[in-house]
Design a protein around this ligand. Structure first.
Ligand SMILES: Cc1cc2nc3c(=O)[nH]c(=O)nc-3n(C[C@H](O)[C@H](O)[C@H](O)COP(=O)(O)OP(=O)(O)OC[C@H]3O[C@@H](n4cnc5c(N)ncnc54)[C@H](O)[C@@H]3O)c2cc1C
Length: 455
């Protein structure tokens, strides 16, 4: 790489999972980095330490089974030479099929690697403006208020959200179509856009009773402010009265159940979440119920008895941009490519997803400086499908997403679930192998550094 001057320094804002990964990927390729982390000067409501890459909640990186989307993501990050996955492997604690870590050891090792890298200047300061030059903004779901203001000016108020209000998403193949039916209200729209789960009065009453009784996630104080103004969770609507749901989002008007020839008492509608229609969103069912209660309550709805949840509903404080409208596949702003947004702020969700975003943003800068075209991570991989989903301008009503099989290209020709998942994992591994071979030279420094970390 050509020699760099101070002007070539990249500013990375946020020393979390995405920012630490991005800073490291740039530095090991000879690019100087100014990494701005506001802690401990300014504290976040969820972080407890001043360490980099602090895990704010669980110490688990989820399943390590290669036939799961999270297992695929781990292998893909390894193939790309990720710092975060290497440090996680080195700090692993026994956790069955999951990869879990000693959180203090994990954060301490990353802090030490970053602090001791000669090309990284770690500045413990809050960023309140978006600086000049190449920038990776990775300030996370709890971005400071001052930077939120600067971001609003940069991307527009309407393109920045401050909380998740996500409804559950289920696998299409797990919906019982003998009980559910396809139709749009009054037959409007392009054909039968919705899957409808019809309820009679008894079924509706049972569902309502269950939702009123169900356990909710106790929100932290910082998450309660402003949360419910935007989008009422289904359990709050249910509390407004016995008919509130069936006069609201579950209204049966314009729908006739083909099994009875009559209008149902209430209907839960599901809308396709992706082009392949492998994943369906429970319309209007944003919820704060615990995950196990979501499984129990929604399984009372005819057609969803055995629904497989690809994502559970969540409601919490979360700053993120409207990625489908703002970001290109290399996570640069379409309106200003010198600025990249990575991690949870870019509208993905999850520790390793954040690391993956930081890595992609850094590779984009490296390629741009070398005059190389940045090839997107293949869509057949877990990471590539997540980025494709998040940056697809056709995605409307965007809510943050984590990796899952529902957003990966389907393999419908294989009917047996286990065999299909194994085939998807095999296809993902082959796609990543091809990608890493094509980028062998660019990936070499990261792979060499990662193998030293894992030891
Ligand atoms: C309460 C909570 C619990 C979560 N639990 C989980 C979980 O268990 N498992 C999971 O997979 N995901 C979880 N997530 C989601 C997500 O994966 C994590 O938030 C993850 O840490 C995101 O990585 P990130 O790098 O984008 O942001 P972070 O890891 O939050 O890093 C952002 C960094 O930017 C700093 N920063 C913010 N503003 C500024 C500024 N203006 N200037 C300088 N620095 C700034 C912050 O101090 C922070 O260090 C949780 C999120 C929240 C909010």
């Amino acid at each position: 790489m050509a020699s760099m001057s101070a002007l070539d320094t990249v500013t990375v804002i946020g020393g979390g999972l995405a920012g630490s990964e991005a800073a490291w990927q740039l530095a090991i390729r000879g690019i100087p980095v100014r990494l701005m982390e506001m802690r401990p000067t300014v504290v976040s409501p969820a972080h407890h330490s001043d360490g980099l890459a602090e895990l704010v909640c669980s110490n688990s990186f989820k399943s390590d089974d290669p036939a799961t989307a999270t297992g695929m993501l781990k292998r893909e990050l390894e193939a790309l030479g990720s710092l975060i996955i290497a440090a996680a492997r080195a700090a692993a604690v026994p956790a069955g099929a999951a990869l879990a870590v000693d959180r203090d050891g994990f954060s301490a090792s990353i802090t030490e690697l970053i602090e001791s890298h000669p090309l990284i200047e770690l500045v413990r300061e809050e960023a309140t403006v978006v600086p000049d030059g190449d920038v990776v903004i990775a300030s996370g779901p709890l971005t400071s208020a001052n930077l939120e203001r600067a971001l609003s000016e940069l991307v527009g108020d309407s393109r920045l959200a401050f909380f998740d209000a996500a409804a559950p998403i289920v696998a299409a193949e797990s919906i019982d179509m003998k009980r559910a039916f396809r139709a749009s209200r009054y037959d409007k729209g392009e054909g039968a856009d919705y899957i409808n789960c019809p309820m009679n009065r008894e079924q509706y009453d049972a569902f309502l009773g269950a939702i009123l009784d169900a356990d909710r996630v106790i929100l932290k104080e910082f998450e309660q402010k402003d949360l419910f103004q935007a989008c009422q969770p289904i359990e709050e609507v249910a509390r407004c009265g016995a008919d509130a749901l069936r006069y609201g989002g579950m209204k049966p008007v314009g729908l006739v159940d083909p099994a009875t020839g009559e209008r149902p008492w209430a209907v839960l509608q599901l809308r396709a979440e992706n082009h392949a229609a492998t994943a369906y969103n429970l319309v209007g069912c944003q919820t704060n119920l615990t995950f196990s209660e979501q499984r129990r309550v929604f399984s009372l709805v005819p057609g969803l008895e055995n629904a497989e949840f690809l994502r559970y509903g969540v409601m919490h404080r979360n700053t993120f941009v409207d990625a489908p409208r703002l970001l290109a596949a290399d996570l640069s702003l379409r309106s200003n490519p010198r600025i990249r947004i990575a991690g949870q702020l870019s509208g993905t969700e999850g520790y390793l997803e954040a690391a993956g975003g930081g890595l992609v943003a850094a590779l984009g800068i490296v390629n741009a400086r070398l005059g190389h075209q940045t090839l997107p991570i293949p869509e057949d991989t877990a990471l590539g499908s997540l980025i494709a989903y998040a940056t697809n301008p056709d995605t409307s009503r965007y809510q943050p997403m984590h990796v899952n099989l529902g957003i990966m290209p389907p393999m419908d020709s294989i009917r047996a679930k286990r065999a299909r998942r194994a085939a998807i994992a095999e296809r993902a591994a082959a796609a990543m192998l091809e990608y890493s071979r094509a980028h062998a030279e660019a990936l070499h420094p990261a792979l060499a550094a990662a193998s030293e970390i894992v030891g």
